[in-house]
Ligand binder design. Structure first.
Ligand SMILES: Nc1nc2c(c(=O)[nH]1)N[C@H]1C(S)=C(S)[C@@H](COP(=O)(O)O)O[C@H]1N2
Ligand SMILES: [Mo]
Length: 408
């Protein structure tokens, strides 16, 4: 039987408005009691403002996170330019900083609304039940994103026995969809709350311990500022001295640069010390093998480029080495992707320098760092360094370069 569209809408609405049975009053105990939460600091005025700040932080975090994901795992329709050289450093810095700020904002927002968790009856009708369910999804997804993000920047991978990248990526979509739904459902309330004046709550409210609602907002703002200042120095150099809570100090490490995966951890100590090291280059015109002495005899460039880790730290450095495009030209290659193979056998052993970066004269096969031969932990004998690229693609201990787009 085919129903008229109007009839369908009506039956959906009837279903959504169907009243649900109220649980027995005897269960209305503890936090479910009437007036179980007395603080009048909570108000729509405050919740709407905290929600707005949190919504902005989440949206910026989502957008920069999505961008970072596509830079690291480019789909066929996506191309990332090699200039400006420090753009990824900024977008990833903003991603991590807004995620950290969201921890404080989400805590405050939850404090301002959590008594509603104990509303009575728990669900009036189907619509109300679905709305509460969607908040549960939003809360779960938001907590998962913040927790996995923090574990990642602290490099506590052992606490994430699942794949960080796919889970953080897919749950981000879930969180943003649930957030949009939440905003759509609450829009009238949000509008009302933002339009409302703070008066007459300028004076301390009962049970608020002398605080005003405006005061709560200032306190949250101060907490967000403090947490940001205590961490953002891991990428914003002038604030380095304040970064007491940052997982990384951008100046500590061999040759004045932090290390992500040491030669020991990568299992390459023997391989990098081998005097028989040869770089194998392959491309349209064949294969060329170069010793370290031959590489050092080629024309060298010096470039100032940061390492910008996906984990939110970044550090400036001066690199010396051979422009990648010169090596590509040796094997008859031109405008093509270059596959990079590392001496490391597990994890981080293969990556691709896309054509945009491969043709940029700033992209080097680096042999030197800050004026000296590369330290083993920074990729001796040779590593990739490219402008505007995530650290994870700056492969260390390079053994082979394969110019793609050709079938020999
Ligand atoms: N072969 C290999 N290269 C690698 C890695 C790795 O684990 N193995 N880690 C990458 C990551 S995540 C970063 S941030 C940079 C860090 O470079 P650095 O250790 O010299 O500071 O190296 C990249 N190159
Ligand atoms: Mo990294």
């Amino acid at each position: 039987m085919v129903r008229a569209p109007g009839g369908l809408t009506r039956s959906v609405n009837e279903f959504l408005d169907r009243r649900l049975p109220a649980p027995p009053q005897a269960l209305r105990r503890g936090p479910f009691r009437r007036r179980a939460f007395e603080s009048r600091l909570r108000s729509l005025w405050l919740t709407a403002r905290l929600g707005l700040a949190l919504g902005i932080a989440f949206s910026v975090c989502f957008a920069t996170g999505l961008l970072g994901h596509y830079i690291q795992h480019p789909p066929s329709w996506f191309a990332w330019p090699s200039r400006p050289v420090g753009l990824y450093r900024v977008t990833q810095g903003v991603h991590v900083a807004t995620g950290i700020a969201a921890v404080a904002l989400l805590s405050a927002k939850l404090w301002s609304v959590y008594p509603m968790l104990f509303g009575w009856p728990p669900a009036r009708d189907v619509r109300h039940a679905l709305e509460r369910l969607s908040i549960l999804v939003l809360l779960g997804a938001a907590l998962f994103q913040l927790a996995t993000g923090l574990l990642n920047i602290a490099a506590w991978y052992a606490l994430m026995p699942f794949g960080f990248i796919p889970s953080h990526f897919w749950v981000a979509w879930l969180a943003i969809a649930a957030l949009l739904l939440h905003i759509a459902v609450k829009l009238p309330l949000i509008r009302g709350g933002l339009a409302r004046r703070a008066q007459p709550n300028r004076s301390p409210v009962d049970g608020g311990g002398g605080l005003t609602r405006r005061g709560v907002l200032w306190a949250v703002g101060a907490a967000v500022t403090a947490i940001t200042l205590a961490t953002v120095g891991q990428t914003v150099r002038p604030l380095r001295g304040l970064a007491v809570l940052a997982p990384r100090d951008p100046e500590i490490g061999p040759q004045g640069l932090p290390v992500n995966t040491s030669a020991l951890a990568a299992g390459v100590v023997d391989a990098v010390g081998d005097p028989g090291y040869r770089l194998v280059l392959s491309g349209p015109s064949g294969t060329v093998t170069l010793s370290l002495a031959e590489l050092n005899a080629m024309a060298q460039s010096t470039v100032d480029l940061p390492i910008s880790c996906v984990e939110g730290w970044s550090a400036d450095a001066q690199w010396g080495g051979i422009p990648l495009r010169d090596l590509v030209a040796l094997v008859g290659g031109g405008d093509a992707d270059v596959e990079v193979v590392s001496l490391q056998r597990q994890g981080g052993c293969k990556s691709t320098v896309d054509r945009n970066h491969a043709v940029d004269p700033l992209t080097l096969l680096a042999l030197r760092l800050n004026g000296a031969t590369l330290h083993a932990d920074h990729g001796y004998p040779a590593r990739i360094i490219a402008p505007n690229q995530p650290g994870v693609l700056q492969t260390k201990w390079v053994s082979e370069l394969r110019v793609k787009g050709v079938t020999p």
